[in-house]
Design a protein around this ligand. Structure first.
Ligand code: C2O
Ligand code: CU
Ligand code: CU
Length: 472
């Protein structure tokens, strides 16, 4: 389908530099057969859901955060940080059925587990004040009273969060509900979670972390495998894309710019499907798409690539190999989920995101994070409008804003109504240098302290975070 020349042309057309992946490495290391950037040599791993202990009132999981040696580059092992020893584990929960997680921390750094996108009590939100020290454990209560969506679990400890995420500790948390079940979307083995991220991995398997090294992470991983291939049937699939990168944004394109259907974002299904050919996925964001492989003959190989790369990087993310025909009872209905009504706003807040070259800190409204400062106190049930402005024109730094506890709607971008692909509920919004976004948000149910921050982990580590206390 997609040959190297058309790929290079597509890259050049988009003003990005598409590099030719390095060839086979022969000889030197007998066990190693491929270079880190040789695409499509390993199969995609699809994790089966973790099995909870089913108790009368909730599902109980035990997650141990610990180091593990796993094979990422074929023939080598990498020491990574994991939940229960594996990369990209999956939890599938059900609306109305609470989950309790006992997290035991067997790392030698603190860990503060956070369900990103979760509507959870403050005590279970992973506030850095509640860090779990090495050797200790803590219970997390996730009520699952919110609408179906794809979330993920990661660290929020005060100093180790960026590195804990980078070193691999990221679980996907899929919440299902009866409303979604009733829709004829692809289900079961045709509903697949894809965690996308970048990494710097040396030829011997060493995973290299550098807080400032975001331009030197050329290896793209999907569910922990480098640029894998995935054997698919010639029918529709639902893909839940989760960007677990520290700072990498993916601008995804399928095949020759083939059409797919955008069906969901951070907070679950869009009001209506949006036919798309390109899809942005910023750190921590989720995008859900349906791809219909029945339009490709069996034997086709369709590459998913990113249109935004640093010089010298190969753009390939993964490849779909259509290997067999299949029946397909699924379809994408014209209406997916009603637009949420978040009420009429009565409070306005401003968020100016900027880098301060003097202090080398990233600031919100001129201030770096201070765990002893409460930035504001939202009243539960009150609808607010937040204006987020990225002031970093001179440094051309993208930012995002992620408030904990509740989802929001993107109302405007740069003074214009947001498009149909942002018409659903979101929890992380990216804002480019010199641009602005307005969001409508209403916090409900739980009082206490919650974070808001840029989700580019380097920025967050260098101050771009605040805390808000929910009050009645
Ligand atoms: Cu992904 Cu503060 O969260
Ligand atoms: Cu979060
Ligand atoms: Cu930022």
């Amino acid at each position: 389908m997609l040959n190297r020349r058309s790929l290079l042309k597509a890259g050049a057309a988009a003003g990005v530099l598409a590099a030719v992946p390095a060839g086979l490495v022969l000889g030197a290391q007998p066990k190693r057969t491929v270079d880190a950037t040789t695409p499509f040599t390993v199969p995609l791993k699809v994790s089966p859901p973790l099995r909870p202990v089913r108790l009368a009132d909730y599902d109980l999981y035990r997650l141990t955060t610990r180091e593990a040696d796993v094979e990422i580059l074929p023939g080598t092992t990498s020491t990574v940080r994991t939940f229960n020893g594996a990369l990209s584990p999956l939890i599938v929960a059900r609306r109305g059925r609470p989950v309790v997680i006992e997290q035991a921390n067997a790392l030698n750094v603190p860990f503060s587990m956070h369900l990103h996108g979760g509507h959870v009590p403050a005590q279970s939100d992973g506030h850095p004040k509640n860090e779990v020290a090495p050797g200790k454990s803590r219970l997390f209560h996730y009520p699952n009273s919110q609408l179906a969506s794809t979330m993920w679990v990661h660290d929020h400890s005060h100093h180790a969060h960026a590195e804990n995420i980078y070193r691999g500790a990221a679980a996907t948390y899929v919440l299902t509900d009866p409303d979604e079940d009733r829709l004829p979307l692809p289900k079961g083995q045709y509903d697949v979670t894809l965690q996308l991220r970048d990494a710097k991995i040396e030829d011997n398997g060493t995973l290299v972390y550098d807080l400032h090294g975001f331009q030197e992470r050329p290896t793209f991983l999907v569910n922990g495998s480098p640029r894998p291939y995935f054997r698919v049937a010639a029918r529709k699939y639902r893909f839940r894309l989760v960007n677990t990168s520290n700072e990498r944004a993916f601008v995804l394109r399928l095949g020759e710019g083939d059409e797919f259907t955008h069906i969901g974002t951070d907070g679950g299904l869009l009001p209506a499907p949006v036919p798309s050919r390109i899809l942005q996925l910023w750190p921590a964001e989720r995008q859900e798409i349906v791809v219909d492989f029945s339009k490709y003959p069996v034997g086709s190989k369709i590459v998913l690539q990113t249109m935004m790369t640093y010089p010298g990087e190969a753009p390939e993310v993964m490849r779909f190999d259509v290997v067999r025909g299949a029946d397909d009872p699924s379809s994408v209905p014209g209406r997916l989920r009603p637009v949420a009504d978040l009420g009429t706003p009565t409070v306005e807040r401003q968020f100016a995101m900027s880098f301060d070259p003097q202090s080398q800190q990233h600031l919100i409204n001129g201030k770096p994070f201070d765990i002893n400062r409460v930035d504001f106190r939202p009243k539960l049930g009150t609808t607010e409008i937040w204006t987020i402005e990225n002031k970093d024109v001179a440094f051309t730094i993208p930012h995002s804003l992620h408030p904990h506890l509740d989802h929001f709607q993107v109302v405007e971008r740069n003074g214009k109504p947001a498009g149909p692909s942002e018409a659903g509920l979101k929890d992380t919004v990216s804002v480019m240098p010199g641009e602005s976004a307005r969001i409508k948000i209403r916090f409900t149910e739980y009082t206490g302290m919650y974070m808001f921050h840029c989700h580019l982990m380097g920025h967050l580590t260098m101050g771009m975070m605040g805390q808000m206390e929910m009050v009645r």
